[in-house]
Design a protein around this ligand. Structure first.
Ligand code: NAD
Ligand code: TYD
Length: 376
């Protein structure tokens, strides 16, 4: 198979690229803009592999995407490139829409032209796999049943709204133009190489640095956690064997409140790397102003992917968290420069700090609302 992985220098995309490149019969081409969230270090183990190629570029660059698809004779696109952080989406919604919605549109258009250039027989082998989130469904009450693939869309944050819009585009390109697509909606991931703006790596690194660990609101919000390697396996499986036009929920069946999770990370660190003062890392937990629009609970019904494709998560939450903590303890070469130079852990997404105008992204402050590279 010849894969184009967008966002392959990010957290999940790099895990997927590492997995796919293990098979010498696969060709893995990563297209990534290397925004603040992308890192070549995450692809270090693939350097020099003959079945791997990295291209630094923007998914919104139509001519670049089209030539890559043609030159590399791509048969499977797995689309992960995105602005992926809810808090940043509260601060800069226009950038998030540009990347997540318009970027997906550019890819779909390039993919459609590429697919149409194939013979009828070859068309059957092509897939456009869109990687999405459970956040498109909005949130659940404490006793609500988990989201299924049929749950209505009700996104809360600008990030979730952008992913919902992209999901709708992908389905429309299937229904209207016949593009062979599959979609996946996954719960919260954790594991190696996650940018330390997200709850789990932020907690680990703040603890190690001895600074406060911020819990939004009461810490009662619930997320369903999945180890990134389990997600990568599911993505590879769906891209290869998923039903065309179908969506699959992917989750860990591991719901946990933020406070319980953070306390258990502190307890694990107390065991593995005790603070020299002898005090528990739990003392660093600090309750801070809640996130605007904060979703209360996510939980996914994964019976579809389990029965249809035979996928199931392999990590329990405890084993996964232990693995994640061990990785951060052993890999400061990866996170220390990021923490020093790109993001030091300051609070993001407090709506009051936003200018409140469209100036947060040049495409909306300019007279024309369409960026030149988006004209097709
Ligand atoms: P990430 O922020 O770690 O990585 C995103 C990558 O996309 C980065 O390498 C960045 O450089 C790249 N990128 C951003 N804009 C780009 C552009 N215009 N052109 C090319 N590359 C660009 O994100 P992640 O956590 O790995 O998430 C990957 C995908 O999975 C996203 O689509 C996200 O919505 C989805 N997802 C994430 C989670 C999660 O828990 N992290 C859960 C479900 C779904
Ligand atoms: P996050 O890792 O940002 O993922 P998402 O918003 O996509 O679920 O946040 C996970 C949960 O942790 C979410 O309920 C918000 C909360 N949270 C905190 O309490 N403190 C923090 O510093 C961060 C980043 C998140």
């Amino acid at each position: 198979m010849k894969y184009l992985i967008t966002g392959g220098a990010g957290f999940i995309g790099s895990a997927l690229s590492r997995l796919l490149a293990e098979n010498p019969e696969n060709r893995v081409v990563v297209l990534d803009k290397l925004t603040y969230a992308g890192s070549m270090g995450s692809l270090r183990s693939l350097k020099g592999k003959s079945n791997f190629r990295f291209v630094c570029g923007d998914i919104r660059d139509r001519s670049l995407v089209s030539s890559l698809l043609a030159d590399e004779e791509i048969t499977t696109i797995i689309h992960l490139a995105a602005e992926s952080h809810v808090d940043r989406s509260i601060d800069s919604p226009a950038l998030v829409m540009d990347t997540n919605v318009m970027g997906t549109l550019v890819l779909l258009e390039a993919a459609l032209a590429h697919w149409r250039s194939f013979s009828t027989a070859a068309r059957g082998n092509f897939r456009f796999h869109h990687v999405s989130t459970d956040e498109v469904f909005g949130d659940l009450g404490p006793a609500d049943p988990c989201f299924t693939e049929q749950s209505p869309y009700a996104p809360s944050s600008p990030y979730a709204a952008s992913k919902a819009a992209a999901d709708h585009l992908v389905r429309a390109w299937h229904r209207t133009y016949g593009l062979p697509v599959v979609l996946t909606n996954c719960s919260n991931n954790h594991g190696p190489f996650q940018f330390p703006e997200k709850l789990i790596p932020l907690t680990i690194l703040n603890a190690l640095q001895g600074v406060s660990i911020p819990i939004y609101g009461t810490g009662g919000n619930v997320r369903d956690w999945l180890h990134v390697e389990d997600h990568a396996r599911a993505l590879a499986l769906v891209a290869r064997s998923g039903r065309i036009g179908a969506s699959y929920n992917i989750g860990g069946e591991a719901e946990c409140s933020n406070l319980t999770l953070v306390e258990s990370i502190c307890d694990t660190l107390d065991r593995k790397k005790p603070d020299p003062s002898g005090r528990s890392y739990r003392n660093l937990i600090t309750f801070v102003t809640d996130r605007p629009g904060h979703d209360r609970r996510y939980g996914l019904d994964i019976s579809n992917i389990r029965t249809e494709l035979g996928w199931t998560p392999t990590y329990t939450l405890n084993a996964g968290i232990e693995n994640t903590i061990d990785w951060y303890l052993q890999n400061s070469w990866w996170w220390q420069p990021i923490r020093d130079e790109r993001y030091g852990g300051e609070r993001l997404g407090l709506e009051q700090t936003r200018p409140g105008t469209a100036k947060d992204h040049p495409s909306l402050s300019a007279k024309a609302t369409i960026l030149p590279e988006m004209q097709m």
